[in-house]
Ligand binder design. Structure first.
Ligand SMILES: Nc1ncnc2c1ncn2[C@@H]1O[C@H](COP(=O)(O)OP(=O)(O)OP(=O)(O)O)[C@@H](O)[C@H]1O
Ligand SMILES: [Mg+2]
Length: 242
């Protein structure tokens, strides 16, 4: 049996504010090469769920294992290291450094993780060359764009740079938080194809969350964040209603 890249059991999380928002995940397993789509409307807890899975937030109850390592049993510093070494994150707002160029942004991954640097160097003769290789797979290697600070590029271009940064150094898990929200439908499917191809090429598991139920059919598996009552949401195996 293949060991899960990420494994969740009996998780509950409650934000400590007046919203009373609570999230429950009975079980979630994701293995290498698998592409999972999680659907949920705005405010249903997609970003909260991803923050829990990558160890930014800690659940009040339950277990999360990343590559067999229990995130509940390690401190914040170790969780940061595990995340930098093994997870490529595409944030809802990209979190690129605006005054750096595309390559400089992609190289940040290697500054935070020696392992990712090593893996990048196994693929290309320098980390900068590997960054350009990834950017060119994502159609972003035009020399005119490579010279610019990323704040001078379009939102769609910034999205692709965020993907290249997440894929740099072949992480075992790629998580994508609503990465297609600013693309038109044709570019959306193109973008997801690119993401799939890059993840398959490196054997990464992909966890993709979005409010856009129409994307669900493109994925191997689907799950949904469903309201149990006005403030409690549970992750269910059922795919989104189309
Ligand atoms: N930083 C925070 N502090 C307190 N409560 C929060 C915080 N972030 C989110 N919440 C609560 O968690 C709920 C879910 O928010 P979350 O950002 O996870 O939803 P989402 O599905 O990602 O929404 P969107 O599609 O708009 O990005 C919110 O309705 C809010 O009540
Ligand atoms: Mg969100």
């Amino acid at each position: 049996m293949v060991a899960p890249v990420i494994q969740v059991e009996s998780l509950t999380y409650q934000w400590a504010n007046d919203s009373g928002f609570g999230l429950q995940v009975e079980q979630l397993d994701l293995v290498s090469n698998e592409c999972l789509f999680i659907h949920g409307p705005s405010g249903s807890g997609k970003t909260t769920l991803l923050s829990l899975l990558v160890g930014i937030l800690r659940p009040q109850q339950g277990h999360i294992r990343l590559l067999g390592q229990s995130l509940g049993q390690v401190g914040a510093g170790r969780r940061d290291h595990l995340r930098a070494d093994h997870i490529g994150m595409i944030f809802q707002q990209f979190n690129l450094i605006p005054y750096l160029t595309p390559v400089e942004n992609v190289l940040l991954t290697c500054q935070f993780s020696a392992l990712r640097r090593q893996r990048a160097l196994a693929k290309s003769s320098s980390v900068a060359e590997e960054a350009v290789r990834l950017l060119s797979h994502l159609d972003m290697a035009d020399p005119r764009w490579l010279k610019l600070p990323v704040h001078q590029l379009s939102v769609g271009q910034q999205q692709r740079i965020a993907v290249a940064r997440a894929l740099m150094g072949s992480p075992e898990l790629v998580v994508a938080d609503e990465p297609t929200s600013s693309l038109d439908s044709e570019r959306r499917e193109q973008f997801i194809d690119l993401l799939f191809n890059e993840c398959k090429a490196s054997g990464a598991a992909l966890l993709f969350v979005s409010h856009d139920a129409q994307l669900a059919d493109l994925f191997d598996r689907q799950m949904t964040l469903q309201y149990q009552d006005s403030a409690r949401v549970a992750l269910t195996e059922q795919g989104p209603a189309l």
